[in-house]
Design a protein around this ligand. Structure first.
Ligand SMILES: [Zn+2]
Length: 294
């Protein structure tokens, strides 16, 4: 069996690798995105990396932002503006001399969920939501063992409204989970509270002793929990996987998360809830993308 190749395109780095169909990681690579050089240069880099990784007849691609999956086009991506409306899938397929249909393109949070479900912290789970706490809050929903997209944009938990009186979000609503519990939001909240904006330091201080840092992370965790509580009520989901750079602070967010969920749920939905750490870190995206290349 040939290896599966996946690539995760980010605003600053492109990560890729090859995995055996049995789930063994064969190789991984990381190169700068060079997004400012324009779409042609980026697609050249992607093709070069795909060849290096051995993508002879299929490739999976994770891309941040809103996608037109039918046409293989990135409609809008705040971190990859030069790629907006660029026929990424077809241009890549042409350079690799493979069929367009064999280049599978999916949103970055969704490929991360697929990766964690295949080889990471959500292995064996039927129903799980991956929540990625980074620059924004990404969501990837697995239902019945498969990625759930609804009509195409499903799983976007980052833009569920937690506090309608909260800060304005980039999406135009107020108080989305993203403006309350992303890494960016946590830094802003720390700054407003007169605390360090370094989230590693903030988490370390919260772990070390009770105080303002612990209180702040409990409050941020509370907002995350209120967001997840809505999901528990709607879907009776019992397993959440928390990833992204700020997800590493889950140990100090956890008390708040539990309070927030309890506040927004009633009845049996709360029983047996598991809030787990994502396991694959920055590899989740390309591993999930590789899974798409099956
Ligand atoms: Zn929003």
């Amino acid at each position: 069996m040939s290896a599966l190749v996946g690539i995760d395109v980010g605003g600053t780095a492109i990560k890729g690798g090859a995995v055996s169909t049995g789930g063994e990681i064969i190789t991984r690579r990381e190169i700068p995105s060079g997004i400012d050089e324009g779409p042609e240069a980026v697609v050249e880099r992607l093709a070069g990396l795909a060849r290096e990784l051995g993508a002879v007849d299929a490739l999976g691609l994770g891309v941040p932002g809103l996608l037109d999956r039918e046409r293989g086009v990135v409609l809008s991506s705040p971190n990859l503006r030069p790629l907006d409306d660029f026929p990424l899938r077809d241009e890549l397929a042409r350079r690799l001399a493979i069929e367009s249909g064999n280049v599978r393109i999916e949103n970055d949070a969704n490929v991360a969920a697929i990766g964690e479900h295949w080889l990471g912290g959500a292995r064996g789970e039927s129903h799980v939501l991956l929540v990625t706490l980074g620059t924004g809050v990404g969501g990837g929903l697995i239902l019945g063992g498969r990625l759930f997209l609804g009509e195409g944009g499903g799983g976007e938990v980052g833009h569920t409204v937690v506090d309608a009186a909260g800060p304005l979000c980039g999406c135009g609503q107020h108080g989305c989970l993203e403006v309350l519990a992303s890494a960016t939001a946590a830094r802003r909240r720390a700054r407003e509270a007169g605390l360090t904006e370094d989230l590693e330091e903030l988490a370390a201080a919260a772990r070390a002793a009770p105080g303002a840092e612990r209180d702040l992370l409990r409050a941020v965790g509370g907002d995350l929990g209120r967001g997840l509580g809505t999901v528990v009520t709607l879907l009776d989901l019992r397993c959440f996987l928390i990833g992204g750079g700020f997800g590493r602070a889950l140990d100090v967010l956890r008390a708040g998360v539990a309070e927030g969920i309890a506040e927004r749920t009633t009845g049996p939905g709360r029983a047996g809830l598991r809030i787990l750490c994502a396991e694959l870190g920055p590899d989740a995206g390309w591993i999930g993308a590789a899974r798409l290349a099956c």
